[in-house]
Design a protein around this ligand. Structure first.
Ligand SMILES: *Cc1c(COP(=O)(O)O)cnc(C)c1O
Length: 497
């Protein structure tokens, strides 16, 4: 039986068990934890076809979280993927306009973040038990809109934890914001900042790796962990649905066993698409991974040129959860592309920090382009795509999914590739009612996001998800804001340290 450990991308001698990596979130030197090997699928797809979502999840977790017992993992899976999801299938794949939409928004907060954040609290609790940790765990989270709510929902009133979320006050949709500031739970804290996601993520990463702050926390019986996709406890659960979607296509006879597919992922912090890349390395027959960006198209440039350059204007777009210029999880991909060379990663990351850009060597660039295609959608293309697919297929998609679809159309035109393609559908259109309805008809730009919930339901003949029913009538429980350079101070105040 093999044993998988988690190693820092910036130092090969920092090696942890999975429970240590899950609790710690990020390595002490700022590197991210990556599995020491990617396990292979050792069952045929025709065998896997018999498994339901929970069973596939358990199968994948056993391979990556090798120090957890079967019983521990099964307990986590059972608690995560239950009737919090509005369908027993958990993540359906639906065929529209000759494409396959992998709907990842059937969880409690209507975005794909639920797929991992409904299990993360259980993985953290199990890890604490295994390591005999008695400190209270403080989950520190930066959000571009969806992680915040999903993490709050997951950790609300979980014993011996506190959850603190920082979101860009002016950078999320009205409904995303309302979801967060109405969050219940005695251990939840939600703070708007006057900066963007990158500011929040940078501060949070810095606080995490500060030895001095760690000591202060320890003295007060606290320990930090992360709910961001820098945590390996977020990443592995995201591999599951790509395998599950593939076997669903097989089950529906849309593909034959071992047929290649493409996967399109609307991308921000590079977590979701990295999970698809790991699925490919496990043996899922993926041809191209199509990385779709909005007008913050730093990844588009990187994949096409090998140069990562964040020195550009940060844009606030209609797909806010992808408004990111520093994609953290790219570091994990770079590590693999460099044949696990921490020296290369240190050089690149130091350059990014000090001068805002870096360039990978030709060898890495070639491997990057063999696996990935990148495109981006303008705001106009995003609106048009929502409109077109509704007209053609009577199917409403959210702006993030629309970015993915728009990029796929460009890919198809450019390559004539007819490989069957899955689009990761990352949020429900009900989270972005204003943008979506405006795409259908300009007259809706005068209405507010909340009244458009009903309008959307009627027009699309779909049921309003429970998660946002009467959301405008809920009491606002969090009204704290802070400046982006006051994040640490705010945390100290909350924890009274
Ligand atoms: C977080 C998010 C993304 C981006 O996912 P990453 O893993 O950060 O690349 C895309 N769409 C939606 C709706 C999201 O919430």
């Amino acid at each position: 039986m093999y044993n998988i450990k988690y190693v820092s991308t910036r130092n090969n001698s920092i090696i942890k068990s999975c429970e240590e990596a899950i609790i710690q979130g990020i390595s002490e030197n700022g590197g991210l934890f990556v599995p020491t090997q990617i396990p292979k699928l050792d069952k045929s797809f025709n065998e896997l076809i018999k498994l339901n979502y929970k069973e596939i999840a358990l199968y994948v977790f056993k391979k990556f979280y090798t120090s957890f017992s079967n019983k521990e993992l099964k307990n986590c899976v059972d608690k995560a993927y239950d009737n919090k999801f509005d369908t027993p299938i958990i993540a359906p794949t639906v065929k529209k306009s000759n494409l396959y939409f992998l709907e990842l928004f059937h969880g409690p907060t209507l975005a794909f973040k639920d797929m991992a954040l409904s299990i993360l609290p259980h993985l953290i609790k199990t890890s604490c038990n295994k390591m005999n940790i008695n400190e209270e765990i403080v989950i520190l989270t930066a959000t571009s809109g969806d992680t915040g709510k999903a993490a709050l929902e997951g950790f609300s009133d979980v014993d011996n934890t506190k959850i603190i979320v920082f979101y860009p006050e002016k950078g999320v949709s009205k409904i995303q914001k309302q979801q967060m500031i109405t969050q219940k739970g005695n251990n939840t804290y939600v703070i708007g900042i006057d900066g963007n996601f990158d500011d929040a993520q940078n501060s949070v990463k810095e606080i995490f790796t500060s030895k001095k702050y760690k000591k202060i926390l320890y003295k007060h019986n606290y320990m930090f962990s992360s709910a961001n996709s820098i945590n390996i406890g977020r990443l592995i659960p995201q591999i599951v649905y790509y395998i599950y979607s593939y076997i669903n296509l097989l089950k529906d006879k849309e593909i034959v066993e071992n047929e290649m597919i493409n996967v399109v992922v609307p991308t921000g912090n590079f977590g979701n698409i990295l999970a698809a890349y790991y699925a490919k390395q496990m043996g899922l027959p993926i041809n191209k991974l199509i990385c779709a960006s909005n007008e913050n198209n730093v990844l588009y440039d990187f994949i096409n040129t090998g140069v990562y350059d964040k020195r550009r204007e940060f844009k606030t777009t209609i797909s806010p959860s992808m408004d990111i210029l520093i994609s953290s999880n790219l570091e994990r991909l770079l590590y693999t592309l460099s044949n696990n060379d921490p020296k290369t990663i240190n050089t690149l990351m130091t350059s990014l920090k000090s001068s805002g850009h870096y360039k990978v060597n030709n060898n890495m660039k070639k491997k990057l382009q063999d696996n990935f295609y990148a495109g981006y959608a303008t705001e106009k293309q995003t609106y048009e795509t929502i409109n077109t697919i509704f007209k053609n297929a009577n199917y409403l998609i959210d702006p993030h999914t629309a970015v993915a679809y728009s990029v796929y159309k460009d890919y198809k035109k450019e390559t004539n590739d007819t490989t069957k393609t899955i689009i990761a559908s990352t949020a429900s259109p009900y989270k972005f009612t204003k943008t979506v309805m405006k795409s259908l008809n300009k007259k809706y730009s005068k209405c507010n996001d909340f009244e458009l919930i009903n309008t959307m339901s009627k027009l699309s003949n779909t049921k309003i998800p429970n998660a946002i029913l009467d959301i405008d009538k809920k009491s606002i429980l969090h009204d704290t804001t802070c400046k982006k350079d006051e994040i640490k101070l705010t945390i100290s105040k909350i924890l009274k340290i």
